[in-house]
Design a binder for this molecule. Structure first.
Ligand SMILES: Nc1nc2c(ncn2[C@@H]2O[C@H](COP(=O)(O)OP(=O)(O)OP(=O)(O)O)[C@@H](O)[C@H]2O)c(=O)[nH]1
Ligand SMILES: [Mg+2]
Length: 388
């Protein structure tokens, strides 16, 4: 009889093909693990942006992400069996809780830039319960670190679900599903062999928005070129871009003002506002949301303005169109670039402005009036609550 056998060359070829296929498969599995771990590993992945492309890209105050908290593990249905116990009781353990998605305040962050590339945040499911009353492992919670002043909303309903205001503050944003109870929990004197064990509860999922409203004490409001950034650069250590053309500042900038006796307060320089900003002119009113949280507003009107009163009225009306509550805030008017004014012109401007409006003359170049300005801002920020 003739023996059937593989030719030697064919065998080697087959082995080579199988080995390379295995190698490709292994590579794919490794790649998948890396990608999956990106989504499953606990956040935060704080990207230290030394490679920032431009000022405009650097400030992210809104992101949209899909979130899914973990499913609870199922409770086990099991009865004890071993060589000494023929008919042991039920010993099915409980399922573990699905992972939560937690928001945590971090005072060292001030944009949502580090979350920019995370489109999905998928938390781990809880493990099922085991025999011998073993409870399943809980999913690892995901902690998303966000800057102070971050609001979390549900995209569909628009409802505010969480708000981070303090450093270290933690809010369980999306709860993981509860683990199901194992059948050991259902044993009663009349039913000693419960067949029932609970399934785990599902997690929560949906498209969510994270929105940052900068938490500064004072917000600088003014037309483009009013000298806002120059003022920030003089009274704080911030180094904003300053130039003699409109819309030099494209994103909000923050700075800490050092005040007498080692005290300080935070001031935010916002992109310039022009007439019609609430209808989208200039940079629109996209950045006005950052003024909503400021305790006090500092309107900056340049000394060389054609009509100081009108400029102030336009700024107020743009704020009101965005949110009428902004007009309730305390404010001061500072006439910037006052080094260009003599006493006569100062008197003319004072006469022009509404009589009951507090105003003062400052110059960032000669530092005139800056101490008085800081004093007034400090007084407003620290006035007793009853005086409001
Ligand atoms: N003489 C004088 N010039 C000033 C003073 N403050 C600012 N400037 C000049 O005004 C111009 C505009 O200054 P910025 O600080 O960039 O103005 P801004 O309000 O931040 O402008 P945007 O960012 O475009 O909204 C620059 O050329 C400054 O040098 C001042 O106190 N005195
Ligand atoms: Mg500026």
């Amino acid at each position: 009889m003739e023996e059937t056998s593989f030719p030697k060359g064919g065998m080697i070829g087959l082995v080579t093909v199988v080995t390379s296929a295995l190698r490709v498969l292994l590579h794919r599995i490794q790649l998948r693990t890396v990608l999956a771990s990106n989504l499953l590993l606990p956040l935060p992945f704080i990207i230290n942006s030394t490679t920032v492309v431009s000022e405009r890209n650097n400030f992210i105050d809104y992101i949209r992400i899909f979130c899914h908290s973990g499913h609870g593990g199922a409770g086990a249905r099991h009865f004890m069996r071993n060589k000494l116990t023929a008919k042991g009781g039920p010993d099915g353990g409980d399922g573990g809780r699905g992972a939560h998605i937690i928001l945590k305040g971090n005072a060292n962050l001030w944009t949502l830039l580090h979350l920019r590339y995370y489109k999905n945040v998928i938390a781990e499911d809880g493990e099922s319960g085991g025999k011998n009353n073993c409870t399943g492992r809980e999913g690892h919670d995901i902690v998303i670190e966000v800057p102070l002043g971050t609001i979390a909303r549900d995209e569909e309903t628009g409802e505010i679900e969480a708000e981070i205001l303090e450093d270290g503050q933690e809010i369980v944003w999306l709860r993981g599903g509860r683990g199901g109870l194992g059948n050991a929990n259902f044993a009663t004197p009349t039913n000693q062999v419960p067949e029932h064990a609970q399934p785990g509860e599902p997690g929560v999922e949906g498209w969510k928005n994270l929105e940052l409203k900068v938490l500064a004490d004072v917000g600088l409001v003014g037309f483009p070129n009013a000298g806002k950034s120059t003022l920030l650069s003089v009274i704080t250590a911030a180094k904003p871009k300053i130039a003699n053309y409109a819309f030099t500042t494209l994103v909000p900038q923050l700075g800490m003002v050092a005040y007498r006796n080692d005290q300080s307060f935070c001031i935010a320089d916002l992109p310039g506002i022009i007439e019609g900003a609430s209808e989208g002119k200039g940079l629109g009113h996209r950045f006005l949301r950052h003024i909503e949280r400021n305790s006090c507003l500092l309107f900056l009107i340049p000394a060389d303005s054609n009509d100081h009163k009108k400029e102030f009225a336009i700024l107020r009306s743009e704020l009101a169109q965005y949110n009428p509550e902004m007009l309730q805030k305390d404010f001061i008017i500072a006439i910037s670039k006052s080094d260009m004014l003599d006493d006569e012109l100062k008197q003319a401007i004072t006469a022009e402005l509404p009589p009951n409006v507090p105003h003062l003359f400052i110059s960032s170049v000669t530092e005139m009036g800056l101490t008085a300005l800081k004093d007034q801002l400090w007084q407003i920020l620290n006035k007793p609550a009853s005086a409001e």
